[in-house]
Design a protein around this ligand. Sequence first.
Ligand code: ZN
Length: 348
Amino acid sequence: MGTNNNPLWKQLIAEKYGLEQSEWHTKYSKQPYGYSIWKGINKYTELFKSNCIFRLGDGTRISFWIDIWVGDQPLFQRFPAVYGVCATKNHTISQMYNVNAEIWELGITRRVHDNVISEIATLLHLLETNGVTPSSSADVRLWKDGHQAGEFTFKKCYQWLVTRNIVEENQTECVHPKIIWSKLWPAKVSFFLWLATKNKVLTQDKLIKRRWRDWANHCYLCINDEETSRHLLLHCSTAIYIWNFFKVEFHLNWVLPHSIHTALSTWPCSSIRSRKSLVIKALPVAILWNLWKERNRRAFKNKSSTTAKIIQSIKHIIAYWLYLQPEFQKISLKQFMINWKTVVFEPP
Ligand SMILES: [Zn+2]
């Protein structure tokens, strides 16, 4: 796809959806199930393509007429009369260039009007003056950034979409990525957090909305209220008890907010590394993750833990995540779990 490197995620997507002939993009899918996310992303493909330009290599992956590779617009737009009569509308550059004869073959096989001849002359002049002919290197796709073109980055693309009002830039709704994507806890926890901050965890309200479930919505922890991600993870009586328990234990001056993204954004973290500050950093993550795990135990395994046991599990998982950090050197996982208070609060 986009670039020449080939990480596993790209191989997976290519395998599942199949690639277009040029291999820059996947094919459009018409499958009804299991493809909705990718179909949603694909809606923006044409828009995305409009900001890409190509640096010519061997010309096997660039469309002569459609892609932007010489000048700043596609050749079919600049030379509509020639494009209208040529038989090479879907050709790549390499198919258009006769290497042995060193000439461009535009595929015009019939008599044409003067205006076409004049356009052909201008087109050939353009190709000649720019000295663009296929070479042996690979074609490269670049991202337009103002008047320049360079390597594609997600940041550049995001800013570009923001300036076109295609995505909204809303800093207050964003949790700083460092809070979510940390190496202290596993990636699956980060993904869960990311979904939780966007209110996209698959709680029952979401399942009912998608018609995947068709019975009364109730919270598995308190059985009283409806289950939404905010209720389950913040405002359920069990969740409130657990958040307050740790607030008191760590003397935190923090008020339980309305939303998960505010909870994480306002959580009192310190940039100074110490045992206590590392534990405080991991604490909201461990609370949210354990509430979610407990909910799933009750929903799918029909097993439940007491609130005291959930608090114990939160401490254990924090110990498990952190005991290899240098601050906890010479402290075993078992010591950390058993002597939590001594390990966290007392200096070594
Ligand atoms: Zn509840």
